[in-house]
Design a protein around this ligand. Structure first.
Ligand code: BGC
Length: 788
């Protein structure tokens, strides 16, 4: 876990005041810069020391075989792994022949700051070489949000006491040596030397490298150019080799003199374009960046972010740590999705190789709800990417003997890459999650073109899947058997409530669109009989209920299983998946992550208030949160059923997942869905926002420790500003249309220039705090705050 003191608590930045070598790996993820297309880990400019060097391009992967001891029909044969592409961040510095390396000499000062408003990673250092030569260094790095193919660094060195001979080597390095992976199954399969050199060149202050991947057949180009300002006599040379481009600047600095190097880097990749075309593409991007100049790029970055924050900022008054964490979260969620432009948003964004760089349901269920109400164009892009993979999902469905589409559980390029089918292919709920994201995006934006086009195809083909995956039993009930829900400690179960409710929504929404767009329906080959079958299946959907316990079992038979022996499980045996066989987890009542509880958030309209309270208490006792995708959902439902302080605890856990490295794997990349989850915990949790069937509702209530919570959401291009205090909530709209909402169940209209102010009712009668499994209680925000 990262100690409190490692970073300062500030509302608009993440600052590390000393270089902590034992936190290098985590800091590389936390300080990662990305625009959704390019990702640079926060490695030190000089390259070493490093924990995990990482430069990624969204969609660039290599294939690797998936070996099986016992193969079976339909098992995916090939996996996809994100690769570390050409490193354009490297700037090595030699001071009188000695490399600047903080492990040697004396590091007098070292500070890094990620500024959420400027989008810049700043670094300041003062170092005395082992020979006693002192230098000052500042570097500022950006991955451009406005120029998608571009990243840049401003690197400045100053001599302090005596004249210093300075050599700066600015490099592009392909096939960097990577440390061995640590054996955690969730880490990427590191591929050795994945890039085959194709071309290289250097002249003046530029160099470029072009490579191809061996099996996936992708071509990757990287190019760099520099502007150099130094004292007279400063010399610049360049050279290139198959895996290395190098621009070297040499000078002698007298005390107070500076060498300033601005490095522009451009990346491009393609599975189709020729070598000359790709080389031209990166050269063009480089020329444009050069034309904009360093200051221009910084100004564009600031403008982009100021627009973002004006739409998406969440203000938390009374808890600066959560304030910082939610802005950190939103910044990284934006980075992951901003310019992905019809590519996936991976579970780790482009911050590390964790989960092989794969995209899961994390995107549609956790990330897109945030983007749909704040940066809807990014949500649309992500859904268009899913849509572009439909032919592969259709082929997969056919292979499985099903109709419609079966989207992959994890993938980069669209093919199923999960070799563990009980928690992969069997997690069919991803199809309904994609449908849910389409429904939400359309409700949030009113984008009817999208609805009738991409959206309708996604809904129709996923509805077809459900109809072929489920069946009507002798009593006429529609059953979906043999699937895995969100909780991966149960697998291949019958009638998982979450899956069935999400499928029900999917089927109903598809049938409604068929009625709304009959011409499109004909084009997609849907007739009245087919959509009637969808309606029938939805109406007859099996939703198991345990009458004895008065709760919903998360799947049929679940509540009959033996309970996990939590008392006999020691804290170091979590996550359970690394210490116990799946077969044992599967036959016990133990929940990895919110499953039934997630159903109560996303399909809250299908439960009564009393059912929600009982279900929540039941599943709290069993949920161990071995996935980062749980705390935010528990926060949302805890808030709804009246456990406001517990919601605050879970919000804290979701928001600090990476800042505190709670899952002990932040080194492999950030948990983008949990970061998005901190917005969900605030907006859907403490703000109580729901948007079911076109009805927007809020049920705000703050924990005692917060004075105020404010946020904006965009609804069909109209900005709604919600400002919640302890006693009342104030709703304001930005344009001339009135907006109808529900506040704690009571209808209200927000008129332009006339905020709607409503009192916050007291929480439902005193509830006893639910129990969590022993040792798995969330971080207690209420108690800890007094110690801060
Ligand atoms: C969770 C999945 C999630 C994946 C990637 C797993 O631990 O159980 O629900 O999609 O991580 O974040």
């Amino acid at each position: 876990m990262i100690e409190q003191s490692a970073f300062t608590v500030e509302p608009w930045c993440l600052r590390e005041c000393n270089l902590q070598l034992d936190l290098l790996a985590q800091a590389e993820s936390l300080f990662a810069l990305s625009n959704g297309h390019i990702g640079w880990r926060g490695n030190l400019d000089e390259g070493e020391p490093h924990a995990l060097p990482g430069s990624y391009l969204n969609g660039v992967y290599e294939l690797r075989p998936l070996p099986y001891a016992e193969a079976g029909y339909g098992y995916p044969e090939s996996g996809q792994t994100v690769i570390n592409v050409t490193n354009g961040k490297l700037i090595r510095l030699l001071v009188d022949d000695e490399p600047f390396d903080p492990r040697y000499g004396q590091l007098r000062a070292h500070e890094r700051e990620l500024d959420f408003r400027t989008g810049l990673l700043l670094r300041k250092a003062e170092w005395v070489s082992p020979a006693g030569q002192a230098i000052r260094l500042t570097s500022t790095r950006l991955v451009s949000l406005s120029q998608r193919a571009v990243a840049a660094i401003c690197y400045e060195v100053e001599a302090v006491d005596d004249p210093a001979r300075i050599v700066v080597q600015s490099e592009l390095v392909a096939n960097e040596q990577l440390p061995d992976p640590n054996g955690d199954p969730r880490v990427a399969a590191a591929l050795k030397d994945p890039l085959i050199p194709e071309a290289h060149g250097a002249y003046a202050a530029t160099a470029d490298l072009v490579h191809q991947t061996q099996r996936s057949g992708l071509r990757v180009a990287a190019a760099m150019d520099h502007t150099v300002e130094g004292p007279e006599g400063t010399r610049t040379t360049s050279e290139s080799f198959p895996n290395l481009g190098r621009v070297t600047v040499t000078t002698v600095l007298h005390p107070g003199q500076r060498l300033r190097l601005i490095k522009f880097v451009a990346y491009g990749w393609s599975g189709e374009r020729s070598l000359p075309a790709l080389r031209d593409q990166v050269q063009a991007a480089l020329t444009a960046a050069n034309h904009t100049g360093w200051h221009g790029l910084c100004a564009e970055q600031r403008d982009y972010l100021s627009d973002f924050w004006s739409r998406a900022d969440v203000e938390v008054d009374g808890d600066t740590k959560i304030q910082q964490a939610v802005r950190f979260s939103l910044f990284h969620v934006l980075q992951a999705g901003a310019r992905a432009e019809q590519r996936a948003i991976p579970a780790k964004g482009l911050t590390g190789p964790g989960y092989d760089g794969h995209c899961f349901w994390d995107t549609e269920t956790f990330v897109l709800p945030v983007l749909s109400y704040t940066v809807p164009s990014a949500a649309a892009h992500a859904l268009r990417w899913r849509h572009s993979t439909m032919p592969k999902a259709a082929a997969r469905a056919r292979q499985l003997g099903l109709h419609g589409v079966a989207f992959p559980w994890r993938t980069i390029h669209g093919e199923e890459c999960s070799s563990y089918w009980p928690a992969g292919t069997a997690a069919f709920h991803i199809n309904a999650d994609i449908a849910d994201a389409v429904i939400r995006y359309v409700a949030a934006t009113g984008d009817t073109d999208f609805e009738a086009g991409v959206g309708m195809e996604l809904l129709v083909e996923t509805a077809r899947l459900w109809c072929s995956l489920g069946h009507h039993d002798a009593q006429g009930r529609f059953r979906i058997d043999g699937v895995t829900g969100p909780d991966e400690y149960s697998a291949v179960v019958d009638n998982n409530v979450y899956t069935n409710l999400m499928a029900q929504q999917n089927l109903d929404a598809a049938a409604a669109l068929v009625e709304k767009h009959p011409d499109r329906a004909r084009e997609l080959g849907v007739n009245a009989e087919e959509s009637a079958r969808w309606r029938d299946a939805a109406r007859a959907m099996t939703i198991p209920f345990d009458d004895l316990l008065g709760i919903h079992p998360q799947a049929e038979g679940f509540t009959r299983h033996q309970e996990w022996d939590f008392a006999a499980t020691s804290p170091d045996q979590y996550p359970l998946l690394l210490h116990f066989p799946y077969f044992d987890l599967y036959r016990k009542q133990v929940v990895k992550q919110a499953d039934l509880v997630l159903a109560m958030h996303l399909r809250g309209d299908a439960f009564t208030a009393a059912q929600k309270a009982r279900n929540f208490a039941y599943y709290e006792r069993l949920t161990v949160r071995d996935s980062s995708l749980s705390a935010c959902t528990q926060a949302v439902v805890a808030a709804e059923v009246g456990h406001t302080e517990l919601a605050y605890d879970y919000l804290t856990e979701a928001a600090l997942m990476d800042l505190k490295d709670l899952e002990n794997n932040t080194r492999d990349g950030l948990h983008i869905a949990s970061l998005a989850g901190s917005w969900l915990a605030l907006v859907a949790g403490l703000g109580g926002m729901r948007h079911y069937r076109g009805v927007l509702s809020f049920a705000p209530r703050l924990p005692a420790g917060l004075r105020k919570l404010s946020f904006s959401i965009y609804l069909q291009n109209q900005r709604l500003y919600v400002d919640i205090g302890q006693a009342d909530a104030r709703y304001t709209v930005s344009d001339s249309r009135p907006l109808r909402i529900l506040h704690h169940g009571t209808p209200g209209v927000i008129f332009p220039h006339q905020p709607l102010v409503r009192p916050i009712p007291p929480p439902p009668h005193a509830l006893t705090d639910p129990q969590q499994p022993i040792g798995r209680e969330p971080l207690r925000r209420r108690r800890r705050r007094t110690q801060e």
